[in-house]
Design a protein around this ligand. Sequence first.
Ligand code: G1P
Length: 276
Amino acid sequence: MIKKITKCLFPVAGYGTRFLPATKAIPKEMLPILTKPLLQYGVEEAIEAGIDTMAIVTGRGKRAVEDHFDKSYELEHQIVNTSKESLMYGIRNIVENYTFTYTRQVEMKGLGHAILTGQSLIGDEPFGVILADDLCYNKDKAVLAQMVALYEKYPDKCIVAIEGIPKEFTNKYGIISGVEIDKNLYLVNDMIEKPEPKDAPSNLAIIGRYIFIPEIFDVIKKTKPGKGDEVQITDALLTLAKKEKVLAYKFDGVRFDCGNVDGFVKATNYFYERGE
Ligand code: G1P
């Protein structure tokens, strides 16, 4: 029987230096697009994918995250039966019906290391990962839900979301190359973290959505620091790709890079114009 994916890991330990001073005391994932923090968009996407447990890898400055996904008795008391109450329905539903677990990444040693830090929250199960500063949206089927559906077809493989990007930006992303085995689906045979355009095997960039099989943890443990002297999840995945265990999926939807101001403003305008 296929193991169902019930957990999603959210690495939120980064410094968010591109948004200073806003991120001095709060994580960048708590910055709002309109009235909702980026991380809540990510959590809602995970819920749409059938996930019930959010495993959050935090760092310093985590309090805002824990407080957000908790009951605020004082606030509830203040707004009960007022016109403002409806603004709380979404977050209240999340807090009441889903589980949040936390662990802290003490040293920032890369995304691979952050994911490994979450092992104690995940256990020996397949799981999703959402990088909340990549804001993905599809009104009919959330991107992670699309990937969970694929996982059910290919339960022995890891899956990364990809998007075609202009070649000059390859040094901002993990880049894959592979063989197209189905529409929008590639069996990955190479992947490189942030290559210069001349070294990039394609223009297919990894976006912050992943499905992992539990084997990934042992592979990360054996992965040496790479680009930027950090343990890169892209390098760990390459080990599995060599065993034909990684798929890349060109997802259906829009994506905003909210890790920089330009993308953040674009996302804000997009959701404002849609009235969401
Ligand atoms: C991380 C990954 C990279 C991926 C990107 C997606 O990089 O290391 O492979 O393409 O997320 O957003 P970061 O943006 O954290 O530097």
